[in-house]
Ligand binder design. Structure first.
Ligand SMILES: Nc1ncnc2c1ncn2[C@@H]1O[C@H](COP(=O)(O)OP(=O)(O)OP(=O)(O)O)[C@@H](O)[C@H]1O
Length: 668
């Protein structure tokens, strides 16, 4: 299982510059930076609340801590928070040591549960009761960073005389609330120090540390879930900037961290109606598929907004809810089913095995059979999950190279920096971090067999030139070597992208394109295939346990109408889960289908209903049709523009533009 990054080193690295500035500042009082005035409104409101609590600025601070018994209850309630917060607090403290500051953790009510600080400052802090067990809510201490951060549910800096009680005016305090995955404040992290120790970067450090604690609390909150770590740049996965989102094994959205909400562009409330598939356009089973691969790399996903993100899926494989998707170790009576389903569709299948009655498939198989073994590069196109890799394997299996290796490389799942060494290999010590003995690249591994380059459209331009040279010269030069090695491979490439579009955008080399497309075949999406019934029957057929699984006629009808965005991969995973849910009659019915699939069906039906009355209406203008559809979809989604845009597959701007005449429309 992937380890979620532990706070310390990351925070230390991210904040070392800030920390240097802080230490530098503490020793050079001439560089005092005063806090900005942007908090004035927050401070003003807080002062009003403080007065409302009956406090007056010259009263002495209330020193009394909660009772011992209450403090041990508070400790017990906040055990998880403290476990995750303490290492982060220690690292944060290391960054501010010797700056007359202390790090404070409170519970959700502002009661201090842990402190770490410079001895000289701790003494002064004790004088104003900045110590364990003492409540720092606004009710108790008036305007202060901890209490005001809780009241405002936001990070707050309270400096010097911005404090309500004059006894606290010697302090400068930066506090950030810590939220749980469903948006409740569970505590506050604060750095408090003497006012002359104020530094503008302290708040950034506190915010980062609070977020780190939130991420760690998040990672332990959803043991029964699939947790996705994502970012638009793969190197940001595992860092503080990563988005984290959790889904039920059936694909329903559970929660996301702050960066996740930001990247998904939706509020927590809006996300509650979503599934993995409505957010990423893929069935949740794609994650299981990815997880099952021997060395799962980084997934390339497309957000509903069109933004591409890289992702890693994390699931607790020891948890029984994941056993059926992460391994073949299932309840004994179900084991053969899962295994045979997988076996039915993998390995040793030849082209004839894939010919299940669809005329488009039959035609492409006939073409392929004519070129097999003729040293012609084959380019397979088609949507994700349509079977491009299985087709490539079948071509290899039917070719004279069948006894040689079949080596598949997914160009989209390897970070750009690693593709070169992965493909071409490297000599001993070719670069820092390289294995001592060097590595034979995938091209040489495929020698005598077939090299399958999946998602070739994602290959970086610089490497396209190198690949072209290998294909022309039939020689490979590993990184760090001056020796070229002859290589003999049949090449099959695949892509779901339009390579001609990429060429027009200068993202793909035209000369390489012509070298790759000896024969181009396009696998039809599942929704266009006429052999769905046969494919399903084949997938459900197995000899191992003698049980005959079937699909009820109503569900078969539903399957035939479904769009299958994940194509065969989605179908297989759906059947795999549904088979395990069936009763003694082994018939797959509505109640055996996973939640995210049922949600997709419901959404499609809603869209169809909205469009239905407009079909074929004579004399109706196109704009009216559009407007009416938008109106209906808006109504279905309670006026929510984002949801409407998603349902109709257009941008929010389009909805705004087209519906300018509809008056005020809500947004989220
Ligand atoms: N004709 C088929 N009959 C049954 N199962 C199939 C068929 N073709 C492919 N599959 C299965 O569907 C799943 C997806 O196939 P494959 O990985 O070949 O798709 P792909 O188009 O290469 O996907 P991607 O574009 O995402 O890489 C695999 O589990 C594969 O075994």
């Amino acid at each position: 299982m992937r380890q979620v990054s532990k706070g310390g080193s990351e925070l230390a690295a991210a904040s070392s510059t800030v920390a240097n500035a802080l230490v530098g500042h503490a020793t050079a009082s001439s560089s005092v930076l005063f806090p900005p005035n942007s908090y004035d409104k927050i401070i003003e409101d807080s002062h009003q609340r403080s007065a409302g609590f009956g406090l007056s600025e010259n009263i002495h601070s209330d020193f009394s801590p909660v009772s011992r018994a209450d403090f041990s209850i508070i400790n017990e309630k906040n055990r998880v928070l403290c476990t995750h917060a303490l290492p982060v607090m220690e690292t944060l403290y290391e960054q501010i040591i010797n700056t007359h500051n202390m790090v404070i953790l409170t519970d959700a009510n502002g009661v201090i549960v842990r402190t770490l600080g410079d001895a000289d400052f701790l003494e002064k802090a004790n004088r104003v009761a900045l110590q364990q067990g003492v409540p720092w809510s606004e009710e108790s201490k008036g305007t202060n960073a901890i209490g005001t951060a809780i009241a405002e549910q936001a990070a707050v800096l309270v400096h010097a005389n911005q404090h309500f009680l004059s006894a606290h005016n010697f302090l400068t305090c930066s506090a950030a609330p810590i939220f749980d995955p469903i948006g409740n404040v569970i505590g506050v992290l604060d750095v408090s120090g003497e006012q002359h120790s104020y530094h503008k970067h302290t708040m950034a450090l506190v915010r980062m540390s609070a977020q780190m604690i939130e991420n760690q609390v998040f990672s332990t909150s959803y043991q029964d879930a699939i947790t996705l770590h994502f970012h638009s740049r793969p190197e940001f996965i595992g860092t503080l900037m990563e988005g984290i989102a959790s889904f039920t094994p059936g694909g329903r959205f559970l929660a996301a961290n702050r960066c996740g909400l930001f990247q998904l562009g939706l509020s927590l409330n809006a996300l509650k109606t979503h599934t993995f598939s409505s957010l990423f356009g893929l069935p949740v089973s794609a994650l299981f598929d990815h997880y099952r691969t021997a060395t799962p790399g980084v997934l390339n996903l497309c957000l509903h907004s069109g933004v591409r993100v890289y992702a890693k899926a994390e699931m607790h494989v020891s948890n029984p809810v994941f056993q059926h998707v992460t391994s073949n170790e299932r309840a004994p009576q179900q084991l053969p089913v899962v295994q045979s389903l997988a076996r039915n569709v993998r390995h040793r299948a030849g082209l004839d095995d894939l010919n299940t009655g669809d005329p488009q498939i039959a035609a492409l198989i006939a073409k392929l059979q004519k070129v097999i073994g003729r040293d012609i590069a084959i380019l397979v196109t088609g949507e994700t999950g349509t079977g491009k890799e299985l087709l490539a394997q079948a071509i290899h299996n039917d070719s004279p190279r069948a006894n040689g290796p079949f080596v598949a490389v997914n160009c989209a799942s390897i970070p750009e920096t690693l593709i070169e060494s992965e493909l071409f290999g490297y000599e001993d010590g070719a670069f820092t971090g390289a294995r001592k003995k060097g590595s034979v690249g995938k091209i040489l591994q495929a020698n005598g067999g077939t090299l399958f380059l999946d998602e070739i459209g994602d290959m970086p331009l610089s490497l396209q030139a190198r690949l072209l040279r290998v294909l022309q010269e039939r020689m490979v030069t590993p990184l760090g070597s001056s020796k070229s090695i002859p290589v003999n491979v049949a090449l099959i490439c695949a892509t779901h992208r339009n390579l001609r579009d990429l060429i027009a955008k200068n993202a793909f080399r035209e000369d390489l394109y012509y070298r790759l497309n000896g024969l181009v075949v396009k696998l039809p999406p599942l929704r266009e295939r006429t052999d769905l019934g046969v494919v399903i029957e084949k997938l459900l057929s197995h000899e191992d346990d003698g049980v005959c699984y079937t699909v009820s006629p109503a569900i078969m009808q539903l399957f035939k109408q479904h769009k299958w965005p994940g194509n065969l991969r989605q179908l297989i995973n759906l059947l795999r889960t549904a088979m395990l849910m069936t009763d003694d009659d082994h018939e797959i019915r509505y109640e055996h289908l996973p939640d995210d699939f049922l949600d997709d069906i419901a959404m499609a039906q809603t869209q169809n209903k909205a469009a239905a009355p407009l079909n074929g209406a004579a004399g109706v203008k196109l704009e009216d049709v559009e407007l009416s559809l938008i109106q209906k979809t808006l109504a279905t989604h309670g006026g929510n523009v984002s949801a409407t845009a998603r349902a109709l597959g257009v941008s929010r701007n389009t909805i705004y533009r087209r519906s300018a005449t509809l008056g005020n429309i809500e947004d989220q």
